[in-house]
Design a protein around this ligand. Structure first.
Ligand code: ADP
Length: 347
């Protein structure tokens, strides 16, 4: 289509089109009525003072005008009808519905926005279904396991070691359930949040040191070496939420690093932002999985042998984004993993 044609189409807005239609209706009515009555007048078929002829012309104008308007409005209303039909299908749950109205430009904009809405709703529906499926699976697995081991534990012939081992599994699976419940609650809370609440000055260096203290026992159990390069830099944020970011990242590093591995936490200040680096010498992540690790319920180890429910990094990313920052991951299988968090920083 030539640029002139596109320009003309863009300029024919709904109001221009409407005025043009009204003009055409008037013109057609006048022309048709004129064509009908001009010969009558010329031939002098009505031999009166003109009253009857005037009344007849008026009545004809009304009939002809209404008929032409009826036909013309069908064309205008056709798009509105299409829109109503599409809305009905969308309301009935058909998220594949799309509109392809092109002219006038207002209809095209309406069409584009409708299609975007349908796409978004479709995406939400898929996410919702996925969430329910994943949640049910994550919820069912520990319950089945607890039930199974509780039944075995009823057996009086078990040795003390066996009993302890099975009780440990029951305790571990209960903890997994509790963590699933609190993670889902936390996620739903921060997902509905669009602005950060309880903002205050948070000393990030000090906060990470506290998290390290909290997880020291876990690290010692695996004989992990910890290298810290922290400073007392502060950012403006929600203390509780930021604490959760550091705890999740450090906990993952511990979880996915084999015995005698090394975990490094570094802090760097740059123009306008603060960079936190969590590096480990652990199992690493295959390149195809990296884009998925922030998805809800994504777990690299599908055997679920490492305690977790795949919500930790989703929560971390959401919290970092709420703070106006971002999180990235660099990793290679068996080459360790690095998470880099950048937060806006004014100091
Ligand atoms: P969870 O730890 O509960 O499985 P997360 O959302 O915290 O869930 O992490 C999602 C997945 O990302 C993990 O299952 C794991 O495959 C991968 N992952 C996260 N952190 C690391 C890490 N430090 N090293 C290797 N893999 C990791």
């Amino acid at each position: 289509m030539s640029r002139l044609a596109i320009w003309i189409k863009e300029k024919i807005t709904l109001s221009v089109l409407f005025s043009f239609m009204v003009f055409i209706i008037f013109l057609s009515t006048v022309v048709i009525t004129g064509m009908l009555f001009f010969p009558v007048h010329v031939l002098g078929l009505f031999d009166d003072d003109g009253t009857v002829l005037t009344v007849l012309i008026l009545i004809s104008c009304i009939i002809i005008g209404t008929t032409i308007s009826g036909f013309a409005s069908r064309r205008m209303v056709k798009s509105v009808r299409e829109f109503i039909e599409a809305i009905k299908r969308l309301a009935a749950g058909d998220f594949s519905t799309r509109l392809h109205l092109k002219n006038p430009p207002e209809y095209r904009i309406l069409s584009e926005n409708f299609n975007r809405l349908a796409e978004e709703l479709g995406g939400i529906e898929i996410l919702r279904t996925d969430f329910v499926n994943n949640f049910s699976h994550e919820f069912k697995t520990p319950i089945v396991s607890i039930k199974g081991f509780a039944e075995i534990l009823k057996n009086d012939d078990l040795t003390k070691e066996e009993r302890d081992e099975y009780l440990d599994i029951v305790i571990e699976e209960s903890a997994r359930l509790a963590s699933l419940a609190s993670n889902v609650l936390e996620l739903s809370k921060i997902e509905t949040q669009s602005i950060l609440t309880d903002k205050q000055k948070v000393n990030v260096g000090e906060q990470i040191r506290q998290c390290v203290l909290l997880l020291t026992a876990k690290m010692e159990k695996k004989h992990l070496v910890l290298q810290l390069n922290l400073h007392d830099y502060s950012v403006s944020g929600n203390k509780k939420l930021l604490n959760q970011v550091w705890l999740n990242l450090l906990d993952n590093a511990i979880k996915f690093t084999p015995e005698h591995g090394t975990i490094t936490i570094e802090m760097k200040r740059a123009e306008g932002f603060l960079e936190l680096v969590f590096r480990d010498t652990g199992t690493g992540i295959v390149p195809e999985a990296i884009p998925r690790i922030f998805d809800k319920f994504y777990q690299g180890n599908t055997s679920h042998s490492t305690a977790g429910n795949g919500l930790g990094l989703t929560i971390v990313q959401r919290i970092v984004n709420l703070h106006g920052g971002k999180i990235t991951c660099e990793s290679e299988p068996s080459g360790g993993t690095t998470f880099i968090v950048t937060l806006p920083f004014e100091g």
